[in-house]
Structures are given as C-alpha cells and as structure tokens.
Design a protein around this ligand. Structure first.
Ligand code: C2O
Ligand code: CU
Ligand code: CU
Length: 481
C-alpha cells in the first residue's frame, strides 16, 4: 500500500495562516552541491567509551553571491558536525561556549537525565566556559539532534544556526539492508527556511513573528538551491524539520514513491510507503528512495508544496540493494499503561503572544506536573486553538520517547507506530500516547514552534523516584541578555 496524502488537517496547514511566508526559489543563488556535515571526530574512543568536545561558535558562510552570511554553528560555520553515538557506550562531552552569549546544549530525543545533561534551559554554559556532561547511550538507533535551548532565546539561537544532527547506531539497525554509507547513500537533510536581507544577513529581530519566524528561501544543510549527485540505486535521507515554524509537505516532482523506515526515536516496525510526507517542527523521518527506475542523467527534485528544495542528479547506479525492503524492520514492544493511574492531560492553547499550556505561561521555577520513575502513563495532549481554522502545534517532550496510541480515538497515522518525541497535534484533536521515563529529573515539554516555546507554550515535569529522597534541582530564572 502506498499512501498519497499528508494526513494532517488541511484547514490548519500553515499555508492558510495570515502571516504565512511562501517559499520561493531564490534565483540569485547558483545551484550548489548539498553541504554534507562532516562527521564529528572523537577526542578519544574505545569499545565502551567515547569523548567529544562540542564547541558553539560564530562563523560565516557564502550562501548567496555577494556578502557571506553571518551564522552560528557547532564546530562548523553553520549547523554542526554530525555526532555519532553507539548504543551502550559511555559518553563524555565537553560543551564549550565560544559565543558572545549564554547558550545550552539540548540533546533532542536523547534518553538522558534532566535537567542538566539534557541541556534544556536549566543547563547554561556561559561565554568562554566549558562544562562536561556524561551519560550512557540507552536507546535504539535513531536520528536525533542537538540544538540550543536557553529560555527565552531558543528560537533566535537556532535561527542563527545552532542545530546539528546526532545519530545513534546499534546492532539491530546494522543488520538491516539499509544504506548507511554516510555522505554517499546515507544523507542528513536539515530543512530550514530563512529570509536574507539586502546584506545577505539573517535579521531575526526584523523578521520576528510571535507565531514563528519564517523566510522565503529554503536552506537545506545550510545550502541554498542544493543538488545531490546520486551514485547508488538507493539513498537514505535523514530528514529533520529544523525550521523555527515551517511545516514541510514533501513529495518528489514526479510523485515518486519512497519508504519511511524510521521516525523520531528509531526504526519503524515496518516500512511505510508514501508519495507525500508532512513533517512538523523537530520531527524526523528517515526515508529510503529507490532511484533504480531513473536513467543516468535524469534529475528529480524533492519539493515542499510547489517549491523545489533539493535536486537529485542521477550520476551512477551502483547497486546498493534495490527492490523491496524487508516487511519487518524492528520489534517494538508496546508500552503498557501502569494500571490505576489517571490520564496525564495537557492542553495547548492560543496563538501569537497568547500561547499557553494548561492556561499558563512557562515559569522556569514552577514544576507543572509529576510522574513516577518507571511507570507508564497515558498522556492526552489537546490543541484547543481553532481561531481561523487553527494551527498545528508540534508537541515535544524531553526525557525519552513515547508511543502514540490514538488521535481522537482513531488509529495514529501509518508512520506513527514507532518511537516519537514530537507529534503534530491538529486543532481540536486529542492525541494520546504512552510515556515512561527512565531517569528522575526535571524535563520540559512544549510546542516546538520555537517562538511559541519562547513565548511561554512550555511547561515542566519532575520525574520522581519514589525510592529515593526527592533531590533539590537548581532551576534557573529567566535571564536577560
Ligand atoms: Cu528540541 Cu525542548 O526541544
Ligand atoms: Cu527536546
Ligand atoms: Cu505552537
């Protein structure tokens, strides 16, 4: 079966927003090879332990003809080097801040203790400072990401470029017949959009919109008008919606079919075949595209709505396995709700400056809810925003991955049977998922439209280990730069 629609409510697509900024092709910029982020070298690595230094710094990139664009990145001018973790490994990371202001290093989707290792707003690294974190990788192979998360400057720092791919590898995924030759047939694809001003700069303040900053130019892995030279029959794309606000409605120009093989938190139980796939902010999808039907010399572009984002030029067709993927990819045990616990309810409401969770704005020092360590609770997240057709709020929770149970009592979308850490919630809809935390700590949960998050559409949960005295967490207060 091949799915041909986007599933989300059409009446809530961002294209219908009053403030929508349509994508357009930037004809000033020549076509360029898609930038492939370097793999981050380890400071040291052996079978059980890896050590990295990750530095947030300023940079500049020649994105358009004329002046280079001033950017921020992790060990790179923009975005970052791709960091690879192996399941079971002990990891030490030296987090270094070479920026002129405070930042945090948030490991989006990584199952690590909050609030300090997780790197949300309570884990500041001040300019010139280095802080160390340590954790053990305890989750299946997945495409995760690292981004800045200081409150309330997450949106502006990510807009400057502070976002990097993080890959977890494990033995199960390694056995699957999936492309995994990084940069050749296994490609990170960070989807972002920016407005370049007269000077070729990104001026966040000038383009500020409380419903999310958008720009007309698609910037993919930091490249404007990118192409990728295909040399193999199959290519795996690790798609990340790294935009502050934009939804991506992806399809090939000729509606070529592709297989989604992984969602936010790892490999799906089975491949799901699509011609169209929508991503909301922070969601990831790994897709495998079979180019074997094309001829050498052909080109085909990946689009969002009616704008080409990334052109694939078929240069060679080295056989890296084509035809059908196995019907079964991964065994994902279904989480069972711990009996006797109430439903964990969350309400997202409002738009613009009026965004809230459970009728409140975020307060860094307030714990909004609790859950015990090790139990599985059913969360019910709703989006009451129905003004002018409403908008889709991508709900994200730190501290692990959840399993979607239902959307308004109906089955989840066909690609929602794997692990997720972010889910787009339609206006008026109730999304239910099962969530279990593996570590005590404080974690944020929020809308991942970054301006909504900074605008207060965020709350925090304390995960409590009932067998231990409750620790005192040092919770930061809002700061001004
Ligand atoms: Cu992508 Cu609070 O995070
Ligand atoms: Cu996160
Ligand atoms: Cu939102």
């Amino acid at each position: 079966k091949t799915y041909t629609d986007y599933f989300f409510d059409k009446s809530a697509f961002n294209t219908l927003d009053g403030g929508y900024v349509p994508l357009t092709v930037n004809h000033d910029a020549p076509a360029k090879p898609l930038a492939i982020p370097a793999l981050h070298p380890a400071d040291s690595e052996d079978a059980n332990h890896v050590e990295y230094t990750v530095t947030a710094r300023t940079g500049e990139v020649q994105m358009l003809p004329g002046k280079p664009t001033k950017t921020w990145g992790y060990d790179a001018n923009v975005l970052g080097q791709t960091i690879v973790f192996k399941e079971g490994q002990d990891v030490t990371i030296h987090l270094k801040n070479d920026l002129p202001e405070l930042t945090t290093f948030h490991w989006h989707g990584l199952n690590v203790p909050g609030p300090y290792v997780d790197g949300g707003c309570h884990a500041p690294v001040y300019p010139g400072e280095t802080k160390d974190i340590q954790f053990t990788v305890k989750q299946p192979a997945a495409t995760l990401w690292l981004h800045a998360h200081p409150c309330p400057e997450t949106a502006v720092q990510v807009y400057h470029g502070l976002a990097a791919m993080v890959l977890v590898q494990d033995a199960e995924e390694a056995k699957l017949p999936l492309p995994r030759n990084y940069g050749v047939d296994d490609i990170p694809v960070v989807l972002q959009d920016r407005h370049f001003n007269q000077d070729n700069q990104w001026d966040y303040q000038a383009d500020y919109d409380p419903d999310g900053v958008q720009g007309p130019t698609a910037v993919i892995n930091g490249t404007v008008n990118p192409y990728f030279d295909v040399t193999t029959t199959r290519v795996r794309l690790r798609l990340l919606d790294g935009a502050n606000r934009r939804e991506w409605r992806l399809h090939f120009g000729d509606n070529h079919e592709f297989a989604q093989v992984a969602s936010d938190g790892g490999i799906l139980p089975s491949p799901v075949y699509f011609t169209h796939l929508m991503l909301t902010c922070a969601e990831r999808a790994e897709i495998v595209v079979d180019f074997s039907d094309y001829a050498v010399g052909d080109t085909v572009a990946l689009y969002s709505d009616d704008v080409p984002l990334l052109t694939f030029r078929i240069k060679a067709k080295n056989d890296n396995g084509h035809g059908e993927l196995p019907e079964k990819l991964a065994d994902i045990p279904r989480l069972q709700a711990t009996p006797g616990l109430p439903i964990h309810k969350v309400v997202m409401s409002g738009m613009d400056e009026a965004v809230e969770i459970d009728g409140k704005k975020f307060d860094m020092q307030r714990i909004d809810s609790t859950q015990d360590l090790g139990v599985t609770e059913i969360w019910d997240v709703t989006n009451t925003n129905d003004m002018h057709g409403g908008m889709i709020h991508p709900f994200h929770i730190h501290g692990g991955q959840f399993q979607i149970i239902s959307r308004d009592g109906h089955d989840p979308y066909p690609n929602e049977y794997g692990w997720k850490d972010t889910v787009g919630v339609n206006p008026g809809e109730h999304v239910r998922f099962a969530m279990k935390f593996d570590f005590a700590g404080v974690y944020m949960y929020h809308c991942h439209i970054l301006e909504h998050e900074d605008g207060g559409m965020m709350a925090q949960i304390e995960v409590i280990d009932p067998s231990e005295p409750r620790p005192k967490y040092k919770l930061m207060d809002h700061h001004t730069l």
